[in-house]
Design a protein around this ligand. Structure first.
Ligand SMILES: NC(=O)c1ccc[n+]([C@@H]2O[C@H](COP(=O)([O-])OP(=O)(O)OC[C@H]3O[C@@H](n4cnc5c(N)ncnc54)[C@H](O)[C@@H]3O)[C@@H](O)[C@H]2O)c1
Length: 447
């Protein structure tokens, strides 16, 4: 058997669970993953979260990965002879860990977004040039079968040459609200939703239409969450934290969810990280409604819209071409309902009224192709399994087997893809500040 690649991971929060599970055989099945990769070391600023993951790994029969302080990343890489470091820390920390890992001799797998601003992109670019090492951003949405199906329709030329895209993303009052509870709500930590969330969406468009963004004009604001909006809507006397507040649909009950409790509530005493702060607090600096106009080097344009307080969650994308049009509609969660106890019911199938909800949008996902002078046809979407519309499992396979960019759909995202995805958000944030359109070339991002 070929020698397994040695992985280290930094940042053992929620997202780390997918990688830890895969590397210890619980996500992909025992034969495949351990055949190519093993997790031998990890690090986090919070020792309690490392304890939780360590207990799980050991219970699954794997040796506990070696533990290092975050300041000892270089030592971790040298001591443990790491091939790759997986970075699943908050967005603003990515660049520093990427650069340090590359310089210490490891390749990098970093969660989206690559980083949050132009200066740190240049810093990473310089380290790649200096070391010749690889940085992969994990864009799991490319791997969702429905998104791959749209890519195939466009790549096969079935709508001709792409002229424009219209893309709307709705985040609901569960998932969308979550960005206003914790570190994401400070723009200095996440770059705001144009970076943190929309980098997924901008990457999809770059990849769907095989084009690079060249100019961005953005507009938006904080219009629903935050203290000022709460006061304006008469929502006074908010709790400082959401935990356990019965009857409040914006309360997150950390104690009532075993995973959230053990990973966050029980570990607060280590670092003071509160996972459930109130979404109507003062001091939130990110937007909850965003719009952007993006021009691409192919000549196409995109109109984009993001809303973070919708009553349902999903997205709609229309791609116009010289020979027709493709329309993808996806419902990720049909409704957020309130149960008898006044708490939010996240899974509508658990609510007595769920049938009414499902009747309104019976299709969870639907890809329609209509060529000029022809009737519309529904394009079949293969069934996926697991998180992010089936994207996570495919992504992990490609990642750990080091599948190259030659795979037919070109789903493996390289460094330049990571940069182009955040480029739209970085330019968009400049545009929000200045009120002017921003040329991506002027940001000097090196791609
Ligand atoms: N691809 C996706 O769909 C997806 C989904 C969720 C999160 N993410 C990304 O994963 C990353 C982590 O998100 P999350 O939701 O797991 O966050 P989280 O807050 O749950 O976890 C972050 C972890 O990093 C640790 N940490 C904080 N500061 C650190 C530092 N300076 N050094 C080392 N560790 C530090 C925290 O203690 C925590 O354990 C983010 O970049 C996010 O954008 C991607």
């Amino acid at each position: 058997m070929a020698q397994r690649e040695r992985y280290g991971l930094i940042g053992t929060g929620s997202r780390a669970g997918m990688y830890v599970g895969a590397l210890t055989g619980t996500v992909l099945g025992a034969e495949q993953v351990p055949g190519t990769a093993e997790l031998v070391a990890w690090s986090d600023v919070n020792a309690g979260r490392l304890d939780v993951y360590e207990r799980e790994v050991v219970a699954a029969g794997h040796p506990a990965p070696a533990r290092y302080a975050t300041g000892d990343l270089e030592l971790m890489i040298a001591d443990q002879r790491l091939d790759r470091v997986i970075i699943t820390t908050p967005d603003f920390t990515h660049a520093d860990y990427i650069v340090r890992s590359l310089r210490a001799g490891a390749d990098v797998v970093v969660e989206k977004p690559l980083t949050i601003d132009a200066g740190s992109v240049r810093h990473i670019g310089a380290a790649i040039e200096e070391t010749g090492r690889e940085v992969i951003t994990t864009f799991n949405y490319r791997y969702s079968p429905r998104n791959s199906a749209l890519r195939r329709v466009i790549a096969e030329g079935r709508i001709g040459q792409v002229t424009s895209v219209h893309f709307e993303w709705a985040l609901d009052t569960v998932h969308g609200a979550d960005y206003f509870r914790r570190w994401h709500r400070d723009k200095a930590n996440s770059g705001g939703l144009l970076i943190h969330k929309a980098s997924h969406h901008f990457d999809l468009v770059n990849w769907w239409i095989a084009a690079a963004p060249v100019r961005v004009f953005a507009s938006g604001g904080l219009r629903f969450y935050g203290a000022e909006n709460a006061t304006a809507r008469g929502l006074a006397d908010r709790p400082a934290r959401g935990t356990g507040t019965t009857g409040d649909p914006f309360a997150l009950d950390l104690a009532g969810d075993a995973r959230l409790k053990e990973l966050y509530l029980d570990q607060e005493h280590h670092d003071g990280y509160l996972r459930d702060r109130d979404v109507f607090d003062p001091g939130i600096t990110i937007e909850d409604n965003l719009a952007a106009l993006v021009d691409y080097d192919s000549g196409a344009t995109m109109s984009y819209s993001l809303n973070a307080h919708a009553p349902w969650e999903g997205y709609r994308v229309t791609v116009n071409g010289t020979e027709g049009r493709a329309e993808l509609e996806v419902v990720e969660r049909g409704a957020v309902l309130i149960g008898d106890d006044g708490r939010v019911v996240v899974d509508p199938s658990m609510h007595p009224d769920h049938s009414a909800v499902d009747d309104v949008r019976p299709d969870r996902e639907r890809l329609v192709l209509q060529r000029h002078w022809e009737s519309a046809e529904v394009v079949e979407i293969p069934e996926g399994i697991g998180g992010h519309g089936g994207g996570d499992a495919f992504l992990l396979r490609h990642l750990f087997d080091r599948v190259t960019r030659d795979e037919p759909l070109g789903r493996v995202a390289g460094y330049a893809d990571g940069v182009r995805a955040v480029a739209v958000g970085i330019a968009g944030n400049h545009s929000l500040e200045t009120g002017e359109p921003v040329r991506i070339a002027d940001l000097d991002l090196g791609v």
